[in-house]
Design a protein around this ligand. Structure first.
Ligand SMILES: Cc1cc2nc3c(=O)[nH]c(=O)nc-3n(C[C@H](O)[C@H](O)[C@H](O)COP(=O)(O)O)c2cc1C
Length: 180
């Protein structure tokens, strides 16, 4: 079973991205163990490296140990939300100690809008590439979230969605092996 660090870019309790990620986790049972990163980090400040916040140290250690990293993020104003970007920036520093380098990463996201985080993901991909990650390119997974996507147990309700997202997880699984 692969160890996947999961960064969900929303802090709110009823986040659709958290709900969506939990459904993905169910689908990945027996394949991936999800470890959720604490995303409630201080705003990036270079001065804090003198005595780095424990949550930042934990994030960097988790990324270093992970087989792969899954980033699930909302889209804010056609861009990357601060919560998501802040975590990426923290893990990229201090200079020369970029935790992202060489890591296999998959990205996805859910929004209430019809474009399902496509613009955000495009920008996220650019940032991750310059950090030296290997970002899964196929399939692209843009989710326009509707509560009826899920059944009473919080699993994906639709057979087509299950097939598509299982394919996403399987491709990520094979991608991790390739990147290693
Ligand atoms: C500041 C802000 C900007 C937003 N901008 C977008 C956007 O550009 N595209 C979009 O599809 N949804 C946008 N939304 C709506 C989000 O898709 C929606 O709030 C979603 O529930 C956020 O994800 P979460 O539930 O995981 O927090 C925006 C929401 C906020 C709060």
């Amino acid at each position: 079973m692969k160890n996947i660090v999961v960064l969900v870019g929303s802090l709110r309790k009823d986040s659709i991205n958290k709900t969506y990620t939990h459904a993905l986790e169910k689908l990945a049972t027996g394949q991936f163990a999800f470890h959720y990163a604490d995303m409630d980090l201080p705003l990036y400040n270079d001065d804090l490296w003198q005595s780095p916040p424990a949550k930042v140290v934990a994030l960097k250690e988790a990324i270093a140990k992970a087989d792969g990293i899954l980033i699930v993020s909302p889209e804010y104003n056609r861009s990357i939300p601060a919560v998501t970007k802040n975590a990426i920036d923290w893990a990229s520093r201090p200079y020369g100690q970029n935790a992202w380098k060489g890591k296999a990463v998959a990205i996805t996201g859910a929004s209430t809008g019809s474009q399902g985080t496509a613009v955000m993901q495009s920008q996220l991909r650019s940032s991750l590439v310059i950090l030296g990650t290997a970002v899964l390119g196929d399939p692209e997974v843009y989710i326009t979230f509707k509560p009826e996507m899920l059944d009473a147990d919080g699993a994906f309700a639709n057979e087509g969605t299950v097939k598509f997202l299982k394919g996403f997880l399987d491709n990520f699984d094979a991608w991790i092996d390739r990147v290693k």
